[in-house]
Design a protein around this ligand. Structure first.
Ligand code: GAP
Length: 491
């Protein structure tokens, strides 16, 4: 039975073994920004690859995309982010601390489920609730100022000349790059609805409160799928992707008792969603433990429709000064099915704007969940053994290769094994120190196997292969090491 990990244990192991470092640490660090070290970068890449394999490679109905982080400002206007992607914040009059309204606890002690990115229009309705909330910094009850909307998108400037620079946003989600390329993908591939477009990439949000190591940061990586389907089939696809994504975590070793679904209430839905369910993980921090790991939303035809309106505003109705609200519903209804983002079904001869089901995962947040779930401590012969019980697909190093001692031809044989295996998967050669310590170092890195060349190797051409989780050792003929490991690693 794995030990319940504490966040502090994970943070310390991550630093000690080179998974995750504080950004700009030698300058005192930059809050909520992190760097991935030699083991972390491999783990993160394996998570990305596992997601891509599951969502793109193994399916016949999903293609990939990699869009720029900077996009035309009109895209954010049309998507609603420029006006609505904000958190509701309030300042404690007693101590001056700024907090997210949805993160404040009730005086009675109950915790309000967190709501991501409240619509600016909802500002007033929240004001009354503040009288019974507690400041997380100083504990004062009900002394908050008026709630204000705080825009979450980072701004930057593009252009070298003062007269033609323009203000752009760093993308707060990768999804919009997919929507604006919908027509390009339709025209350049043979996809037919239902189909999906997947993307993994960096997103940026000027979060009011950052949290718990890499759980909520201002720069992070998302893995998003926009799955386009015919209106009316959306609920079926929503269910499909809920199960697919839940099983992805389980199949990569997350324990089922640490994972659950949570349906969003109507008043916490994002501005684009008809329904949303979170996959939550029981993280070892926060008052409620259960925290969002991934969101699966039914975005309806909201985004494609909005971009259709956005392009028309730019191209045809620019005289209306770019104000989308001046386009009448009648104009839109007459015209939108002729636009480039409408889909024409050649079999049924129907034209419609597709609905979208969106599973949206955080790569960094998943990494934290995989680290927490894999972390274990146990006592072996009076000594503490720390280990990461990673699924082999996620393990940064697949096998450690050791000579038992640094003599008698053992290093040469071990080096040959290492040179051969590294062509197929990441392996690590180590000849320094006692063998027990070398095993412990690989346990802490989450390496599933260690291959040791010993005195018997020269006699019968066999080596030992040690299994990380059980510490069991088996003897395997030298010429079968590669196939043994590939079989166990499923590579
Ligand atoms: N396109 C939909 C969307 O962006 P979201 O629920 O805001 O939805 C999806 O984000 C996922 O991205 C979250 O479930 C989480 O895993 C990750 N994520 C969002 N904000 C994050 C942050 N500030 N730091 C780390 N991960 C974040």
């Amino acid at each position: 039975m794995a030990k319940l990990a504490k966040l502090d244990d994970i943070v310390s192991l991550c630093k000690r073994r080179g998974f995750i470092f504080q950004s700009s640490e030698i300058y005192g660090g930059l809050a909520s920004c992190y760097d991935y070290g030699p083991l972390g970068v491999e783990l993160k890449r394996n998570i990305r690859n596992a997601w891509w394999k599951h969502v793109v490679q193994m399916r016949d109905d999903v293609v990939g995309l990699d869009c720029s982080i900077l996009m035309h400002p009109m895209a954010w206007k049309a998507s609603g982010h420029a006006d609505k992607f904000a958190d509701l914040v309030t300042v404690c009059r007693k101590c001056g601390t700024r907090s997210r309204v949805d993160h404040l606890q009730d005086h009675q002690g109950s915790v309000e489920e967190h709501t991501e990115h409240i619509d600016i229009e909802a500002v007033q309705s929240k004001a009354a609730e503040l009288s019974r909330k507690v400041c997380p910094a100083c504990g004062t009850v009900g002394q908050f100022g008026e709630p204000m909307a705080f825009r979450l998108m980072f701004e930057t400037r593009m252009g070298a000349n003062v007269e033609d620079t323009m203000t752009l946003f760093l993308r707060p989600e990768t999804a919009q790059g997919i929507f604006v390329n919908f027509r390009n993908v339709l025209d350049s591939t043979r996809v037919k609805i239902p189909f999906g477009i997947a993307q993994i990439g960096k997103s940026f949000r000027n979060e009011v409160t950052t949290k718990a190591f890499i759980f909520r940061t201002r720069e992070f990586e998302q893995a998003e799928l926009e799955f386009f389907c015919k209106p009316g089939t959306d609920e079926e696809w929503f269910e499909h992707w809920k199960q697919e994504r839940f099983n992805w975590y389980i199949n990569l070793g997350i324990r089922k008792e640490n994972l659950r679904f949570r349906e969003h209430a109507k008043d916490e839905l994002a501005h684009y969603a008809k329904a949303c369910v979170d996959i939550e993980y029981k993280f070892p921090f926060g008052s409620g433990d259960w925290q969002e790991l991934e969101g699966i939303a039914n975005r309806t035809d909201f985004d494609l429709r909005q971009h259709q309106r956005g392009i028309r505003t730019m191209n045809e109705w620019y005289d209306k000064k770019g104000d989308l609200t001046k386009i009448t519903l009648k104009e839109e209804a007459e015209d939108y099915l002729k636009g480039p983002l409408a889909y024409f079904d050649e079999e049924t001869r129907e034209r419609y704007i597709p609905y979208v089901i969106e599973p949206s995962a955080g790569i960094d947040r998943s990494m934290l969940a995989f680290l927490v779930d894999a972390y274990d401590e146990e006592e072996v012969r009076g000594e503490q053994r720390n280990l990461l019980r990673f699924h082999p697909a996620l393990a940064p190093i697949k096998a450690g290769i050791f000579p038992l001692v640094k003599k008698d031809g053992m290093p040469e044989i071990a080096m040959n094994i290492y040179q051969d295996l590294k062509r197929y998967f990441p392996v690590f050669y180590d000849e320094k120190g006692a063998i027990g310590r070398r095993y412990r170092r690989q346990d802490e890195a989450g390496t599933p196997f260690c291959v040791t060349v010993d005195g018997q190797t020269k006699e019968d051409n066999t080596v030992t292969i040690r299994h990380r989780d059980s510490m069991e050792q088996v003897r395997v003929p030298l010429d079968q090491v590669k196939s043994y490991l590939r079989d166990k690693l499923d590579l």
